[in-house]
Structure formats: C-alpha cells, structure tokens
Design a protein around this ligand. Structure first.
Ligand SMILES: [Cu+2]
Length: 259
C-alpha cells in the first residue's frame, strides 16, 4: 500500500504540472491572426478543449508514473505473484461515468459552436464559388454579386463585416479549401458542392491553402484572400466586370470571364 506521503507528493506534482500546462497553453501564441467571427468562436472552443484536456492528461500520466514508482518489483520479488484483485465497482462506475459526462459536455459545446458558425446570416450575405483544380484555386462571382455578368478570377476578394457563403467545387481530384485566418476548411470534392460561411472581421491579406494532398503540385496550390472594405470590394468587382465584358466584346482571349 503506498504511503500517505507518496500520495501527497504525486498529487502536488500533478497540480503543478496542470498549472504549468495551462499557463503554457496561454503564453504560447499558437494561431495565426483571427480574421473572422468564426475564428474567434473556434479559438475559444480550442482553449476550452485544451484546458479540459491538460488535467486529464496529467492525471493519466501521474497514475502511470506513480504505479511504476510504487508497485515496481523489488529485488528478491521476481517470482512473486501480484495481489489477487477482482475489481472495484465504485472505481469502475466513476471512471466510466466521469469521462462520459465530460465528453458529452465538450461534444455538445463543440456542436453549438460549429452550428453557430454555420448559421445563416442577414440578407446582405453574398455568395462566391471557389473551384479547386490541380494546382490552383479560382473564384466565380455570380451576377448577384457583380450586378452584371458573372466574373471568374484567380483572386479572392471579400468585403469586411459581410457574411460570405462559399460554394466549393473541384474539377479533378479532392482538394481542401482552407483559410487558416478564418479557421475554416472544407473538402472540395468532384461531383458535389460543399459550403462554408464566413464573416471577415479584419482588413488584410491572408493565405488560402489546399489542405489535402492532391498531386505533385499540391504544396504550390496556394492563393491569397484579400479582405477589403465593402466600398473597395464593389469597386474591385466592378473593374473585373468591365474587364470581363470588354474581353467578351473584343478578341477571343476571354481572360477574366467565365468559361
Ligand atoms: Cu492539394
């Protein structure tokens, strides 16, 4: 039977390790800039998950190390049998019920956050189609956004403070449309359209990444999202639309127009 003193030492070590773990999780800046409402929700969720996981990790490691320390075979005991233990009902009920309640709680919280992130936004929401193909992203802005002919561009512009609903497609193989600053990612699958919704909150340019190995050029399949003011967005989209109509009316180059 372990002594009261060794139990106190183990408990103190566990408490210190838990406190240190939680402190480190706060001190280290793990994530890129938050550039959307969804990013804020996701980061809060992540912090809650980390803070819930650290004490459990420490508890498991402490029990393992404590058992190795206290119940090790001493010299001369090599041929001895362990004590005949048949189980402990109270302990088994506890270690089943506690993780079950904890997991259900965290799963429910995650569900609420993800559900909230995907909630429909006010009528001002715009739609943009993102298309992945080996090895580039292209973006289609429908007439509801351009106010005229649809526009296709290899540039992604979105207005700050306005909900954007992405329709995500793939032309060849599976890709993943990921904008780390928005904390959102969705697979782009040939034959179906997937979606995600974001409200950008920070002006600037952020990387767009393909996050599924899609072939030799996968690591180069990157582009940039430009979060601009609604006025700048309207100006940019108008310029694209006029370039598109000029292209369509002129030579057969068709650059910048929908195919
Ligand atoms: Cu890829």
């Amino acid at each position: 039977m372990p002594s009261r003193r060794s139990l106190s030492v183990a408990s103190a070590a566990a408490l210190i390790a838990t406190a240190l773990g939680i402190l480190i999780s706060y001190l280290i800046h793990w994530f890129p800039a938050q550039a959307s409402t969804q990013a804020h929700n996701t980061d809060v969720l992540y912090h809650v998950l980390v803070i819930a996981s650290i004490p459990i990790f420490v508890l498991v490691v402490t029990v393992i190390l404590f058992s190795v320390w206290q119940f090790r075979v001493r010299p001369g005991e090599e041929l001895k049998d362990g004590p005949p233990i048949h189980g402990n009902t109270r302990l088994e009920v506890l270690w089943t019920a506690f993780p079950a309640v904890l997991l259900l709680g965290l799963v429910s919280y995650s569900f609420v956050v993800l559900h909230d992130n995907e909630q429909g936004r006010p009528a001002s929401e715009i739609q943009i189609q993102a298309t992945g193909q080996q090895f580039a992203w292209s973006y289609q802005y429908p007439p509801s956004v351009t106010g005229g002919a649809p526009v296709t561009s290899d540039k992604l512009y979105v207005p700050k403070g306005q909900s954007v609903y992405f329709n995500i497609r793939a032309k060849d193989v599976i890709h993943a449309f990921w904008i780390p600053a928005f904390r959102l990612q969705e697979d782009a699958v040939p034959g179906i359209t997937t979606h995600w919704r974001v409200t950008p909150t920070r002006l600037g340019s952020f990387p767009v990444v393909c996050n599924l190995l899609c072939g030799l050029g996968h690591s180069l399949m990157r582009s940039t999202v430009h979060v601009v003011t609604p006025t700048q967005f309207r100006t940019w989209i108008k310029a694209q639309a006029s370039t598109a109509s000029a292209g369509a009316g002129g030579a057969a180059s068709g650059t910048g127009t929908t195919g």
